[in-house]
Design a protein around this ligand. Structure first.
Ligand code: ATP
Ligand code: MG
Length: 263
């Protein structure tokens, strides 16, 4: 393994440090599909520091998911450089990339992507199975991750026995089980009603505030973006706005102000 990757993986995450976790410079992405060439990213430069909570906004097709796929090491830029925690991602082999992804990045998507006939706890354990962690340690870490999203009581439930919000929390627990330094969420509330969406934002705000987890979230909804600390707006593959959230919403306060639902 390359020395800088080894060093990056072994470096303890210290809550106080404000090192950039993401440094991207002049990213371009072209998709070649037979006759047409789509220029999906047109020079994206950005720095995101440890402990930030960033919302990425922009119209459909503006390049948000393309950008997230590069940040998440699921795809490579056509041009430009990307450093993840100081590591030049373009220099890594596929195996090293997979390891970096598994150990440093957590992913949450609009579709919860849970295995249907598998309990919450087993779903959360999956990344640990890939990482070769032994059963006893897997159970311990899986229960700990479920506790972090407030789902300890549902560890033995399968997805069909859980609400949409609970399923998304299982997916968040699964993304956290390896203690990633960055959580990447692409439209995590896209399938959820508004109250449940705020509950998911509460989970994100707690992880960001209490654990200083760096979070990058894609959303179409302005009110959801206001739970973050910084919003970045994409248009036609470029960043057209990058600003702090002026009046930040606090999910726990919003939930307290909502009328109680009948059971
Ligand atoms: N695999 C691909 N092959 C070809 N073109 C692609 C591919 N993925 C994305 N594109 C194109 O790149 C552009 C950016 O797409 P992207 O998925 O990043 O947009 P987005 O901002 O995430 O949109 P949405 O809000 O609808 O999810 C679009 O024009 C899209 O059609
Ligand atoms: Mg998208």
């Amino acid at each position: 393994m390359k020395a800088d990757l080894k060093e990056a993986l072994e470096r303890p995450a210290s809550p106080g440090d404000l090192q950039p976790v993401i440094q991207a410079s002049n990213l371009h992405k072209y998709y070649d599909t037979g006759t047409v060439r789509v220029h999906a990213l047109r020079g994206i430069s950005i720095e995101i520091r440890k402990g930030e909570f960033v919302a990425i906004m922009g119209a459909s097709g503006s390049g948000k998911s393309t950008f997230m796929n590069i940040v998440g090491c699921l795809d490579k830029p056509s041009e430009g450089t990307y450093f993840l925690e100081g590591t030049d991602v373009s220099r890594l082999s596929r195996i090293e990339l997979a390891r970096l992804r598994n150990e440093r990045l957590g992913f949450v998507f609009q579709a919860f992507n849970l295995l249907n006939r598998t309990t919450a706890m087993e779903n959360v354990e999956l990344p640990l199975i890939y990482a070769g962690v032994r059963a006893k340690e897997r159970h311990r870490r899986s229960l700990e991750a479920l506790a972090r999203v407030g789902l300890s009581e549902r560890a033995d439930h399968i997805p069909s026995q859980l609400s949409g919000g609970q399923q998304q929390r299982v997916a968040i627990a699964r993304s956290l089980v390896n203690h990633p330094s960055i959580l990447l969420a692409d439209e995590p509330t896209g399938n959820l009603d508004s109250r449940t969406s705020v509950e998911i934002m509460q989970v994100f705000q707690e992880l960001n505030e209490k654990e200083k987890l760096t979070i990058i979230l894609v959303t179409h909804e302005y009110d959801i973006a206001e739970y973050a600390r910084r919003t970045i707006t994409f248009r036609d593959g470029r960043i057209v706005k990058d600003q702090p959230v002026a009046k930040r919403r606090v999910a726990s306060e919003v939930i307290a102000s909502l009328p109680l639902l009948e059971d």
